[in-house]
Design a protein around this ligand. Structure first.
Ligand code: ACO
Length: 362
């Protein structure tokens, strides 16, 4: 058996390919570099879902339907009671999504694409003591998310940066949450169930829960000169450095560079804390050096979560919401994989090796 199913092939997919040796990501035939410089959330969603639902559509139609669906979904925000608001944002979001009907059709997919984008900003505003802001159906999803979060229209740089983030993380092979989505889809339980399972897998600190702790690490390090000592002590305690390492990549995660690039216009426009960016560069350099020394046999490089932390912080998302923002972007990948599994796959049912006691012969 392969611990952690490492290198086990568990699905055939036309959706995305992660080449861990070359550091390359392809989404439906398009390289991440190209996609991130040309696509919007709506266009990558149309690309991923193409042919996997009963409807045919392009990015513009999808954008219109998504806008209308955001407005309809907003009614569910009224269900946010104080006990739900005491939960971490991703958990409160999961509860609201669990209230949506299950289904395998386009309508179910559209509901699930709109729901996290509406629920997370509303939860964050209510947790901060503010009234939720209703969606604007005429806006693209990225701009509307930022408007619902802050109550203001985002700058062009902010909208572009969130679009770049949502495109970058839209799909990524058979990661833990996507596998969870496909397992549920293989039982034909429905897309809401698939997305709920995927969110539950995503929130762990070894998967999509890492970027909040990346910011905690920056805060604790404080200034660049402290980076090397702080990181060395963390490794002495047996801790993992958040934002580094990956099961598949043996080189730099290409999504880290896509997000670093997406951050640049915000830096140039003075919409990011420059000191934070300089500190992050020092932490990255120090971490790579310390990891090379301590783990010479395991190539460990920066992963997507490191720059996710910087980008989402710059856009005004509080750190406890980062996993929820990841879920907003990844839901389309989860849905596409769930549909592919339901259309082409079989029930997923692996076997285990029993290593427990056996009954004694009488
Ligand atoms: N810091 C320090 N050491 C690490 C790190 C790290 N970030 N990542 C791996 N290692 C070490 C392990 O301790 C282990 O060393 P050992 O053999 O001496 O015990 C060796 O590298 C191999 O680690 P594995 O656990 O086999 O690697 P795995 O493929 O299971 O883990 C993971 C991948 C979970 C991402 C890991 O690198 C990690 O914990 N990183 C930090 C958390 C993080 O950034 N998660 C986000 C990942 S990206 C995403 O999911 C969206």
């Amino acid at each position: 058996m392969k611990n952690g199913l490492e290198d086990v092939i568990a699905a055939e997919t036309r959706l995305s390919d992660v080449d861990g040796e070359a550091g390359r990501l392809i989404i439906r035939g398009v390289s991440l570099d190209h996609l991130v410089s040309t696509a919007t959330y709506e266009s990558v969603a149309a690309l991923l879902l193409d042919g996997l639902t009963e409807r045919h559509f392009g990015p513009a139609e999808l954008g219109d339907w998504l806008g209308e669906m955001r407005v309809r979904i907003f009614a569910h925000v009224a269900a946010l009671q104080s006990d739900l608001l005491a939960l971490p944002p991703v958990d409160a979001m999961r509860v609201l999504i669990a209230r949506l009907p299950d289904g395998e059709d386009f309508e179910a997919a559209l509901r699930l694409l709109a729901a996290p984008a509406v629920f997370l900003p509303a939860i964050l505003r209510l947790q901060a003591g503010n009234e939720p802001v209703a969606p604007d159906a005429s806006l693209p999803q990225a701009a509307d998310i930022l408007r619902m979060l802050t109550g203001r229209m985002p700058s062009a740089e902010q909208k572009a940066a969130l679009d770049a983030y949502l495109v970058t993380i839209s799909d990524h092979g058979l990661n833990a949450s996507t596998f969870a989505s496909r397992v549920i889809a293989s039982t034909r339980a429905g897309l809401t169930s698939s997305v709920l399972a995927a969110i539950s897998a995503l929130k762990g600190p070894l998967h999509g829960g890492a970027p909040g702790p990346v910011l905690d690490m920056f805060d604790e390090i404080g200034v660049s000169e402290n980076a090397r000592g702080w990181l060395g002590r963390a490794l002495d305690r047996g801790e993992r450095l958040m934002g580094f390492g990956h099961r598949i990549y043996r080189v730099r995660d290409p999504r880290a560079d896509a997000l670093k690039k997406a951050l640049r216009p915000l830096v140039l426009a003075g919409q990011v804390d420059r000191q934070r960016v300089e500190l992050s560069e020092a932490v990255e350099r120090a971490a790579l050096a310390v990891l090379r020394e301590r783990k010479p046999d395991r190539p460990l490089d920066v992963n997507v979560e490191f720059y996710t932390a910087l980008l989402l912080d710059a856009l005004g998302f509080p750190r406890e919401s980062f996993t929820g923002v990841f879920a907003i972007g990844r839901t389309v990948g989860w849905i596409a994989h769930a549909r592919e599994q339901a259309l082409e796959g079989r029930l997923i049912r692996p076997r285990s090796i029993y290593v427990g006691p056996v009954p004694q012969a009488a």
